[in-house]
Write a new protein. Structure first.
Length: 95
């Protein structure tokens, strides 16, 4: 019974770790590097495939509020466009 519990615990931890700080798609691209640079300063990076494009759009708006609250420089329009395009390209596709 203990082995089953430990196995399930390991499985849950593995699934969680796969989404957070997971290796990013196309990590050498300018857009992935910008995403890493601007987003990992406050929180861990999330794999773009965890959310849909619409969810990422919502999150970027939410992060603008957080930037202001923390006194950090806001994303420029160019940065927003680049990051959203990257996240959208690799986002979860609804079927």
């Amino acid at each position: 019974m203990r082995r089953i519990f430990l196995g399930l615990l390991f499985l849950i931890a593995s699934v969680y770790a796969a989404g957070c700080n997971a290796s990013l798609p196309d990590p050498e691209s300018e857009s992935a590097q910008l995403y890493t640079q601007r987003c990992s300063g406050c929180h861990r990076l999330y794999h773009p495939g965890l959310l849909t494009t619409e969810m990422w759009q919502f999150m970027l708006v939410r992060m603008e509020t957080e930037f202001r609250r923390m006194g950090r420089p806001a994303l420029s329009e160019s940065e927003k466009t680049t990051i959203l395009k990257y996240l959208s390209t690799h986002s979860q596709k609804m079927s």
